[in-house]
Design a protein around this ligand. Structure first.
Ligand code: G3P
Ligand code: CA
Length: 283
C-alpha cells in the first residue's frame, strides 16, 4: 500500500508564518513531501503567496500603509508588498500556541521578523531546491464564470511552471473550477485538482468534466466510497485540512487517500515514518 503524501498546509504553518519561504524550509526540515500554498494577483499582475483577500492579518500593511484600509491584495503593487514584514505577526499572535508550548523557541520566532511575501517564482524555485512537491491553490471565486483575472492568473502560472520545468512537481488546485477547466485546456500536461467542500454524487464524472486529475475534498466531509471510485479510476484524492492526531492516524492508513494537507506535517511524518515522494509519482 502506498503512503499518502505529507503536504504542509501553507507551509509548516503551525511553526512558521504561513505562505512564506520560512514555512517551506520548516516543512522540508520536518519531513514533509511537499507544501500547499495560496496564490493571488497583485495590482500590477504579479503572482504572490497570500491566503486572505487582504494583507491585514499576516503582514504589517496597516502600519506601512495606514491610509489604505482594508489592504486588499489586488490594490497593492508587488513593489509595495515585497517591502512588507510577513513574519512578525507570528510571534505576536502565536497562532497555534507553539511558541507558548516551547515547540518554537522565542529566538526562532523572532528570526521570522522581516520575512517577505514570496512571489510564485520565489516559492517554486525554493521548492525545487528543497525537493518539495507543490500544491498551488489558485484563489478565485467558486461557481463563477471564468473572469479576465482568472484567465490571467492561469496563463501566468502555466508559463512559470513550464519555464521552471516543474510539471512533474506540481498540482494546481482551485475552488474556482472554471480556472481548472481553462488550465487543462491550455496546459493538459500540468496536473490539476478540483477543491470541493463535499464530494459530488458522481465524483469521477464530475472530475472528468473539467479534465482534472484529482479532487481535493474537505476532510470533515470525506466519503470513503467516493474516494474509492476516484482512486480506482486512476485519480488522486488530497484531503484538507487534517490536524488532530487521531484523524491523521486514521487517514494515514486509508488506501484511498493520496495525500494529506496538514498544518502539522511533523505529526503526520511521525505516524507514517520515512518520506516516500518521488517526482512523477503518486497522483
Ligand atoms: O487547499 C486546501 C485548503 O488550503 C483550502 O482552504 O482556506 O486553507 O485555503 P484554505
Ligand atoms: Ca489553501
Amino acid at each position: 500500500m502506498s503512503k499518502p503524501l505529507v503536504l504542509a498546509h501553507r507551509g509548516a504553518r503551525s511553526v512558521a508564518p504561513e505562505n512564506t519561504l520560512a514555512a517551506a524550509r520548516r516543512a522540508a526540515e520536518l519531513g514533509a513531501d511537499g507544501w500547499e500554498f495560496d496564490v493571488q494577483l497583485t495590482k500590477d499582475g504579479e503572482l504572490i503567496l497570500m491566503h486572505d483577500e487582504t494583507l491585514a492579518r499576516t503582514t504589517n500593511a496597516h502600519g506601512a500603509f495606514p491610509e489604505r484600509a482594508p489592504w486588499r491584495v489586488g490594490d497593492f503593487t508587488l513593489d509595495e508588498i515585497r517591502n512588507l514584514d510577513a513574519g512578525s505577526w507570528f510571534l505576536r499572535d502565536d497562532p497555534f500556541g507553539t511558541i507558548r508550548s516551547g515547540d518554537v523557541s522565542t529566538e526562532e520566532a523572532r528570526a521570522y521578523a522581516g520575512e517577505r511575501v514570496p512571489t510564485l517564482r520565489d516559492a517554486l524555485a525554493l521548492s525545487a531546491e528543497l525537493g518539495l512537491w507543490v500544491n498551488i491553490e489558485l484563489k478565485g471565486t467558486p461557481l463563477a464564470p471564468l473572469s479576465p483575472a482568472g484567465r490571467e492568473m492561469v496563463d501566468k502560472v502555466v508559463a512559470l511552471v513550464r519555464e521552471l520545468g516543474l510539471v512533474d512537481r506540481v498540482l494546481v488546485s482551485s475552488f474556482d473550477h472554471e480556472r481548472i477547466r481553462y488550465l487543462k485546456a491550455i496546459a493538459p500536461e500540468i496536473p490539476a485538482a478540483l477543491l470541493v467542500l463535499v464530494l459530488p454524487s458522481d465524483p469521477v464524472g464530475y472530475l472528468r468534466g473539467y479534465g482534472a486529475e484529482a479532487m481535493n475534498p474537505q476532510a470533515t466531509a470525506y466519503d470513503r466510497e467516493k474516494a474509492r471510485q476516484l482512486r480506482e479510476a486512476g485519480h488522486g484524492v488530497y484531503l484538507w485540512t487534517v490536524n488532530a492526531p487521531d484523524e491523521l492516524a486514521r487517514f494515514a492508513v486509508d488506501p484511498y487517500v493520496s495525500g494529506i494537507i496538514t498544518d502539522w506535517p511533523q505529526r503526520l511524518r511521525a505516524i507514517l515514518g520515512p518520506t516516500g515522494y518521488h517526482p512523477g509519482g503518486p497522483r
